[in-house]
Design a protein around this ligand. Structure first.
Ligand code: 5GP
Length: 210
């Protein structure tokens, strides 16, 4: 049963390469914050741990979970399925834990449309420029030029979803971006004043999409 002592749902989405995963991990070190662990059909990367970074499952198992209506949201991203199971999230929110969701815009839309009785704050993280994004993507373990080009094209499509989020934050510096998000979450929880300039964001987005 939802009550005012419940935890808050915090969604972070971003186009690939904006640094969201690092931010989510950093936010999870705050007192009483926990990351929701998703299920995915994608293969684990060398540095990833099963049941910590993701629950890695095959497509049959994923489809079984869909059929059993166990997902709060799920989506297909880059040819793989990703989803958030409902029960662990609701249990933790009911115990007062704040839950961080590292999910894409499709999942964010689904959670928003569910209109659950828990406070929801959504963030969209953007890179400082297209040049910087290109650099970041090229320096990742994905040295493949075609993949970088594909992710750049995907960026053009993904960035358009910024409008559906409560806040858009530019990740030009990890520490600054982290503090900005942390302050906005605190202001939202305590009904404090929010340091947020929508016009600045609007002009940044138009620079990224011209
Ligand atoms: P990656 O494969 O790089 O870990 O994640 C690819 C994308 O899938 C990222 O944008 C990530 O936020 C998103 N993602 C991860 N888990 C989920 C999930 O449970 N649901 C949805 N909708 N997206 C997810």
């Amino acid at each position: 049963m939802p009550s005012h002592n419940d935890g808050v749902m915090i969604v972070l989405s971003s186009p690939s390469g904006a640094g969201k995963t690092t931010l989510v991990k950093k936010l999870s070190s705050l007192d009483n914050f926990e990351i929701s662990i998703s299920h995915t059909t994608r293969q684990p990367r060398p540095n990833e741990l099963s049941n910590k970074d993701y629950f890695f499952v095959n497509e049959d198992e994923f489809r079984r979970l869909i059929k059993n209506e166990e997902f709060l949201e799920y989506a297909k991203v880059f040819n793989n399925f990703y989803g958030t199971t409902r029960t662990p999230v609701i249990d933790k929110l009911d115990k007062g834990k704040n839950i961080l969701f590292d999910i894409d815009w499709q999942g964010a839309d689904q959670i928003k449309n569910k209109r659950l009785d828990y406070k929801l704050i959504t963030f969209f993280i953007l890179p400082p420029s297209k040049e910087e994004l290109f650099e970041r993507l090229s320096n990742r373990d994905m040295k493949d030029k075609l993949i970088v080009e594909e992710r750049m094209k995907q960026f053009e499509r993904d960035v358009l979803h910024w409008i559906n989020y409560d806040y858009v934050v530019i990740n030009d510096n990890l520490e600054k971006c982290f503090s900005k998000i942390k302050n906005l979450i605190e202001a939202e929880i305590n009904n404090g004043s929010k340091d947020y300039d929508l016009e600045y964001i609007r002009s940044h987005v138009s620079k990224l999409t011209y």
